[in-house]
Design a protein around this ligand. Structure first.
Ligand code: PHE
Length: 446
């Protein structure tokens, strides 16, 4: 048995978990989901999902991970004798492989934009005025999107096969605050754009007539995706926490910071969307169509663009590292493989499906299942089905099947911290989260 790694500092705990949570989910997926689901209505439901469902499920994963210092299967084995619970490990692994496949495609788009930013084409005013057509031409082409996807996965592979936890911790500590700084600057720039007010109204003012079951399902899926929840990613990270980390406080901090980044991204994107007269219901391409115009018109746009896409790349890689950890831990521990071999297997799967996802916008756009391209199908099935299913299982397991004293000891660090919210969290975990997820799930899918 190898010596288990542990995060070195309290800041490291927050930085790495926030590093996993903050990524393309906040800056790419959140704005486009909000755009297709009515803006303010989506935001409101999203916030409720994060704090009523997300935080308790996050606590449930933390209790299992930190309480056992094991991977997901090991944790279930230690905590309960029934094999039924092992099922939760499999949905998580499947989800992590699906997510990493389509996520790498978008991270590849980020790399393309980073190089366009360096060469100056991204912020060139004439090119930026055709940002939408240029982006569509790029993502429907064959070579470059595939090349970037594979390159991104190769970088990810190099990092995860070496298991550089220390490196991850250090990278997250410095780069995440920098990303936040740039987002704030972009936000100020955004609200000063002519016509931004309309965008802010769209984003912040809920139109209750827009709240449909599919909006609620989308918001819940987004909350799971953005908090890296329901696939045992946070469970694995928390198995590296030391015993004095405060779980409820950490979960709340992560949720707040993650939400803050998403809201900042929303402000930036919707100010620009309305200012430049773009349709908010674009879907996955939305952010990539508006960012070039933002940077082209912003003072010092060249530098901001280069920095922004570089940091977005880092934010993406800290997220994919955490996704890879799930399947690597599974393959290496279940089949007692070396970490390296396990990484090769999961990268190979991701490359194959990543290429298919990358081509979903071009040559494979006619390959549809249930009316969705492979890219959208992976996105939909993982976020809106597999992650909520995982969330229900974690909250029910920890809320109902776990020893009460164990749960209390974990949430209160053996009684040494007073967790005023203990009762609330347990109540949410036992009753509210599972019922809410199941109800949303059934209505949303029908
Ligand atoms: N939460 C990450 C993001 O918002 C994505 C992610 C999902 C990471 C699932 C790990 C596990 O970008």
């Amino acid at each position: 048995m190898k010596q288990r790694a542990q995060f070195a500092t309290k800041i490291g705990v927050i930085a790495t978990t926030v590093g996993s949570a903050v990524g393309l989910g906040n800056i790419w997926r959140f704005p486009y989901e909000a755009g297709t689901h009515g803006g303010g209505a989506f935001l409101m439901v999203y916030l409720m999902c994060v704090f009523i469902i997300g935080v308790p499920v996050l606590c449930a994963e933390f209790v299992m991970g930190r309480g056992t210092h094991k991977n997901v299967r090991g944790a279930f084995k230690q905590l309960h004798s029934s094999r039924l619970w092992h099922f939760c490990s499999y949905t998580g692994i499947l989800a992590s492989l699906m997510i990493i496949s389509f996520y790498s495609v978008v991270a590849g788009w980020v790399l393309e934009y980073f190089f366009q930013a360096i060469s100056g084409t991204l912020t060139d005013p004439t090119a930026a005025s055709h940002a939408s057509t240029r982006f569509s031409a790029f993502c429907s082409s064959t070579f470059r999107p595939v090349m970037w996807t594979v390159l991104f996965l190769a970088i990810n592979h190099l990092i995860v096969s070496r298991g550089v936890q220390k490196g991850i911790e250090r990278v997250s500590n410095t780069l995440m605050p920098m990303l936040a700084f740039i987002l704030v600057a972009l936000c100020i720039n955004g609200v000063l754009l002519p016509g931004a007010a309309e965008g802010l109204t769209f984003f912040f003012l809920p139109d209750f007539s827009q709240i449909t079951p599919s909006v609620i399902l989308g918001a819940m899926g987004q909350a799971f995706f953005s908090l890296s929840l329901g696939l045992s990613c946070m469970l694995i990270y928390s198995s590296y926490f030391s015993d004095d980390v405060r779980l409820v406080r950490s979960a709340t901090t992560i949720a707040l910071l993650d939400t803050l980044v998403a809201v900042l991204a929303g402000v930036i994107v919707f100010s620009a969307v309305f200012s430049y007269g773009v349709q908010p219901e674009q879907g996955p391409k939305l952010v990539f169509e508006v960012f070039p115009s933002i940077f082209a018109e912003m003072p010092g746009g060249y530098v901001w663009a280069v920095l922004f896409f570089l940091l977005l790349f880092f934010a993406s890689i800290t997220s994919t590292i955490s996704m890879s950890e799930i399947s690597i831990a599974f393959f290496s521990e279940e089949y007692s493989m070396s970490r390296n071999k396990a990484a090769v297997i999961s990268t190979t799967i991701a490359v194959v499906f990543g290429i298919i996802c990358a081509l979903s916008f071009g040559v494979l756009s006619d390959l549809t299942i249930f009316g969705m391209t492979v890219f959208s199908l992976f996105d939909f099935v993982s976020s809106n089905i597999l992650l909520p299913v995982g969330g229900v299982m974690f909250s029910i397991f920890v809320g109902w099947f776990l020893d009460r004293t164990f749960l209390r000891n974990q949430l209160t660090n053996n009684g040494s911290v007073k967790v005023y919210t203990f009762k609330i969290i347990v109540f949410l975990m036992r009753f509210i989260a599972p019922t809410a997820i199941i109800t949303i799930f059934i209505y949303g899918l029908i």
